[in-house]
Design a protein around this ligand. Structure first.
Ligand code: FES
Ligand code: FE2
Length: 388
């Protein structure tokens, strides 16, 4: 984060602590629980949010050399991303043009060709159909029009973004609405993916996201875990187009009162959360980053699949960060994952009860308080994207 922005936010945080209350939106707002339960609404979200917008499909560190590939099976469109011979990324539907088999699974090094496991049609890293075994059975078939279906792809801020529809754009900075200026300062292209875990929960994907968008619950739900390190109910919100940023403030920020502003640094005293619209929650901590890629389960608004990723600074940027987790003898990245899963599990348990309560039909609405504007913005952005 740029220095001027950090100082502005630190001043806001210190002022809020002095005033004894967080910054407040104009009024509280309401939302309709049907957005978590309706199949019709879920189908609209799937068609628009998960096809028309760039979705984070993976991380640069997974795919650094020509021939490296990743797949993404969590969204409605199976995606294959590969670095071609020239070092450029190519994204495709992970669907063989013969009879529709998945071409690749997981991630790894493909080399120069993808060979379909079913009948061994093969494609190069630009998606061109290169070989058909016993090809006399397909005499006259136009190979060019049977190349893999290509999608727009971009690599920005250490992340690989794919818009899973050929006509959609992949202008990440436009999509981030100014949040890129923040992301740029963390050197995320040098971060390595350290840990990855997939959790399936019986709650709508937005309920997973919602758990990140206020600091109000921390004092209560997380009283035994993270509550003691945060200032009660203090988070600083800022919208960036359809995306937004929410900063949880640690009690340690008080120490900065005795430090000259030229030496202020926000990150050790904050958790910086960003919604990369629609479905990636990106979290900057003082010593690592977390990315939660949250997807609706196919055909079921009451279920979601979340991929939790821990990313650690490496190489050129590592020295800028507190490296207590990464160094030999430290608790290790698996420990970081265990700690954060311990916290989010508390959120997910509540989320599943909320989902069941909404499914009962007995809940008439939810209310977002004046210190919960990030929730309002997240849901308003979805309504805007859906043309509501
Ligand atoms: S489905 Fe891929 S070669 Fe037949
Ligand atoms: Fe939480």
């Amino acid at each position: 984060m740029r220095y001027e922005v950090q100082t502005r936010l630190i001043k806001e945080a210190l002022a809020a602590i002095e005033a004894g209350r967080p910054p407040l939106a104009e009024s509280f707002t309401r939302n309709d629980p049907a957005v978590y339960t309706s199949r019709e609404w879920a189908a609209r979200e799937q068609k628009t949010l998960f096809h028309e917008y760039p979705i984070v499909a993976g991380f640069s560190s997974q795919i650094r050399s020509p021939g490296d590939y990743i797949t993404d099976e969590l969204g409605p469109t199976p995606i294959l991303v590969v670095r071609n011979e020239q070092g450029e990324l190519r994204a495709f539907a992970n669907i063989c043009r013969h009879r529709g088999s998945r071409l690749a699974h997981g991630c790894g090094r493909a080399g120069a060709r993808f060979v379909c496991p079913y009948h061994a049609w093969s494609y190069d890293t630009d998606g061109r159909l290169r070989a058909i075994p016993d090809d006399y059975g397909f005499a006259g078939l136009d190979r060019v029009s049977h190349s893999l279906i290509r999608f727009p792809v971009a690599e920005r801020y250490g992340m690989v973004w794919v818009a899973p529809r050929a006509e959609a754009g992949c202008d990440i900075d436009a999509h981030l609405g100014g949040l890129g200026a923040d992301l740029e300062t963390y050197g995320l292209e040098h971060f390595e993916l350290r840990e990855r875990r997939v959790v399936r929960r019986r709650m709508n994907w937005k309920l997973v996201s919602d758990t990140f968008w206020e600091a109000y619950h921390i004092k209560f739900l997380h009283r035994t875990t993270i509550a003691p390190i945060f200032v009660r109910n203090l988070a600083l919100f800022e919208p960036f187009g359809l995306c937004h940023r929410l900063i949880g403030i640690r009690a340690s920020i008080e120490k900065l009162r005795g430090v000259a502003p030229e030496r202020w640094d926000l990150l050790p005293h904050a958790t910086i959360l960003m919604n990369l619209f629609p479905n990636t929650v990106f979290v900057m901590q003082s010593d690592h980053a977390e990315a939660y890629r949250i997807f609706p389960a196919p055909d079921n608004p009451a279920e979601s699949i979340t991929e939790i990723n821990v990313l650690g600074p490496a190489g050129a940027v590592a020295d800028r960060y507190d490296r207590r987790w990464g160094v030999a003898g430290g608790p290790g990245w698996d420990k970081v994952m265990e700690l954060l899963v311990g916290v989010v599990e508390q959120d997910f348990e509540i989320g599943e009860t909320i989902q069941r309560n909404f499914a009962s039909g007995a809940a008439s609405g939810v209310v977002y308080g004046r210190y919960e504007p990030a929730l309002e913005h997240f849901h308003e952005s979805i309504r805007v994207a859906l043309g509501e």
